[in-house]
Design a protein around this ligand. Sequence first.
Ligand code: AMP
Ligand code: MG
Length: 338
Amino acid sequence: MKSIKNGKNIVLGIECTAHTFGVGIARKGKFLANVRDMYTTEKEGIVPLKAAEHHVSKALKIYSEALNKAKINEYDITAIALSNAPGLSPCLLAGLRFAREKAEKLGVPIIPVNHCIAHLEIGQSIGAKDPVLLYVSGANTQIIAYAYGKYRVFGETLDLGVGNLLDKIARYAKLGFPGGPKIEQQALEAKKDNLHYIELPYSIKGMDVSFSGIQTKAQQLFDKGISLEQLSFSLQETVFAMLVEAAERALAHTGKKELVLGGGVACNSRLQEMCKIMCKERGAKFFCPAKEFLVDNGAMIAYTGEIMFNAGDYPKSPEEVDIKPRQRTDDVQINWRK
Ligand code: AMP
Ligand code: MG
């Protein structure tokens, strides 16, 4: 088959760490495709083995769709980037098997990409150069920035991720899953009537945040009959203020002048608004990627993979790549930044 490469690299990225199987294709920092499919459940949370089955069953379809979208054939691919960490082991394994099969067939390397770092790196595609990342997803809540040769975690949740908190409260109130958008909707309803704020525990410890006390209190208030609108409004104001406070202190501490949002909770317009206000007040730039790049996606893996590929920062043999379910952001050796 004729190649369209013309000497230019094309990196295909696979996202597989949790509920989403995604394939993105990047070339010179531009996106040729970003296709994804999410495992969903009606009643339960994510069951890792079922999510992995989902990935296995969808992988080929998503891969082919991405190639079609990018108008390339698979032999045009120069390297395969894989989100090998951190995440749910069965899901990571499903991704690794698929990546290995393709890498062997095509004779290309596998570039192992840390999922959290990819959320940060994709900020570059919209102009961020050296940002602080506020990464707010279902399972993860972290404030990450580059310092002294590594991406470091400046603050994080001590218990559950902020998305999980919103999901748990929504589930408790029988609003369904995912809960974040439902809570956002309820909070908007509250604004129409009145803006009565109910105090909730504001739990920030140093640079870290904790949500379990808020969960208990919110559930107690719900049991007492506080309206869902008021509760959702108060919940958002409290937890987002905590996150923005920690992010602001990370900006102050590192002296950085850019904030990037990442993760599913970053879709929330009130959180975006609060970040915008904070950045404006301290003269920092605020970057919020489009929704398809905020949620888990293959494009950010391809994008980061391309940066690593260009720096020659990847194992020479696909065999050397393994899953790292518990890899910490600051475990990763960064050789692609100066
Ligand atoms: P992720 O883990 O990055 O895929 O993000 C999923 C999480 O984002 C879930 O906990 C959702 O409830 C949450 N989420 C999605 N949209 C919103 C929103 N508009 N407001 C708050 N949380 C949201
Ligand atoms: Mg994520």
